[in-house]
Structure formats: C-alpha cells, structure tokens
Design a protein. Structure first.
Ligand code: RB5
Length: 147
C-alpha cells in the first residue's frame, strides 16, 4: 500500500510519528509536507494529498492539522475523496469497514500520540466490507460531484 501524507503547522509535531507507524506496517509513504512548524494554510496540503489519491498515485491519504476539521472539510471537496475525521479507534475501523474512507484526518491538538498511533494502525489494517455499504457510497453521486 502507498499512502500520501500531509499536514499543516498544527499537525507537524506528530507527522514523523505517523510516518514511522506507517513504515513499520510496511506502507510506502509519500510525504507532501509541510516541513516545519511555520504557519501554513491547510488547504494547500489537503490539495496535494487528495490530488495524489484522485490521480491514483496513492492508494490512500492521511492529513493532520490542529483539529483535523479543516483538513476534512477541504479534503471532502475533491471528487472520489471520502475523508474521515477520526478521534477514536472504533470510528477509524468503521470509516474503513462501512465508508471505505480513502483519507484519514487527524487532529494533533485533540488526540495524543499514543491514541493516534492506534487509530492509524486500525485505519490502515481494516478492509472495506462492501455489499450494502458500497450501494450507499454509490448514492453519493446523487448528491453532487461524481464519486
Ligand atoms: C491552525 O491554527 C489550525 O486552524 C489548523 O491546524 C486546523 O485545526 C484547522 O482546522
């Protein structure tokens, strides 16, 4: 699996921890920044990661900001992106199993590093259940942009 990762200054302090977890799981990581704690605009990094997923250059994406909210709002503007803001392990599992989330959003000022590591592991290792859940995802195209 190949994962594109991006963060803003709020997520920068934990990005390397998340990258280490991914590599330990055997995941190839493409780091799209940011590269320091200097203030940046999270939509720029949401765009880089989501574009990689939309273009098929990454299987999935991970976006980290202070709360995860801005990143999830920005990411869900992109066609075919199903971004899930997860603050617990159950939601991380369900976002994969039921929603086939292809982008995980994390809030570095909300979730501590220990929990964040477990959320990332759960999200990476859980498969989509398909079936009735695929039917529901297919209905997204009735809402707006073709997904
Ligand atoms: C940056 O201060 C902060 O607004 C950002 O990281 C994020 O939390 C936005 O949703």
């Amino acid at each position: 699996m190949n994962v594109a990762i991006g963060c803003d200054h709020g997520g920068f302090p934990v990005k390397d921890i998340v990258i280490s977890v991914l590599r330990d799981l055997g995941v190839a990581v493409d780091d799209h920044g940011c590269a320091s704690a200097d203030s940046v605009n999270y939509p720029d990094y949401a765009r880089l990661v989501c574009q990689a997923v939309v273009d098929g250059k990454a299987d999935r994406g991970i976006l980290i900001c202070g709360t995860g909210i801005g990143m999830s709002m920005a990411a869900n503007r992109y066609p075919t992106i199903r971004a899930a803001l997860c603050q617990d392990i159950f939601t991380a599992r369900m976002s994969r199993e039921h929603n086939d989330a292809n982008v995980l959003c994390l809030g570095a000022r909300v979730v501590g590093p220990g929990l964040m590591i477990e959320i990332v592991k759960e999200w990476i290792l859980t498969d989509f259940a398909g079936g009735r859940h695929q039917t529901r995802i297919d209905m997204f195209s009735e809402i707006g942009a073709a997904r």
